[in-house]
Write a protein that binds this ligand. Sequence first.
Ligand SMILES: [Zn+2]
Length: 335
Amino acid sequence: MFRFATLSIQKPRQLMFSRKYFLDPSDLQYKRVKVPWKGKLLRFTIFMIVAVAITILYTSLFNRMFGSPKEKTLNQEIESLKLKYSILERSIDNALRSLDDLELSDGNRYRPVLEMDSIPASIRKMGTGGVSRYEELEGFFNTPLLLGSRRKVDEIKNRATIQLESFRAIEEQKNEWKRQMEYLPMISPVNVIYRLGDGLKFREKHPVLGTPQWHHGQDFSTPHGTKVYATGSGTVIDAGWNGGFGNCVVVDHGYGYRTTYGHLSAIKVTEGLNVKRGDLLGLSGSTGTSSGPHLHYQIDLFGQHKNPLYYFNNDLTEDEYFDMIQTLTAHSRLR
Ligand SMILES: [Zn+2]
């Protein structure tokens, strides 16, 4: 019995390998416990469930503490996108500020100079605002951010379109003004150093007729044969003898303006000719009702006599005046 008891204490080797044995009291032999396959399957299933549960638990704890590699990549991407978005936002804001400056120049500088009305703020703001157009942006976690940017971009688009139209109108107006400036009588018809004779005034006694009457232009006391130039571009509507004005040239400049050049000794243009400012019209003289060599120069605006002295700058020196004429007629065929 003692021997057997000793034997029972010593576990057989096979016990190390999860095999179960039992002591059969009938023959006092250790015999393997035979587990039915259903039991094996149950044990295996339980083992797998526990193993999977522990794995999930550990993974989720790890991810919670350190984040999964995929999350890390996504987070980096989100940070990079945030940076790009903030740069984009800054660009949009800069564009809006530039647009503000353009609109300010448009309203405060260009339009007033060209005597154009400013564009009302209500027209500039037209087409901005409204929510219904942004339905596709609804429902995202960052909808307010997207909406804000989208509205700004749309605002830039609308305001830039209006500004472009405004600049086109300004360009047209500028060209019209440039044309008008070419046509209006704006220089002296002779070298301005010549002594100015009678101006636009009522004369108690006409120098030749001796009777009181209005003098409708400006006289220049010029040496006989002084060159007389067109003071603005236009069409010659009269070139010949004209009563008291003697040999006379009349130029129609459009915009209601006409200029008259009287008492000429020679006429260098013909009726119907288009002339440019600075073109030679004739030579001064003393033909018609004249007491001595001089040029009678007259400006009429819609039939009203204007004071020619207000239409040119008489500060020019002789050289400056001829430089100006040279420049004006550089491409003229009437030099
Ligand atoms: Zn006169």
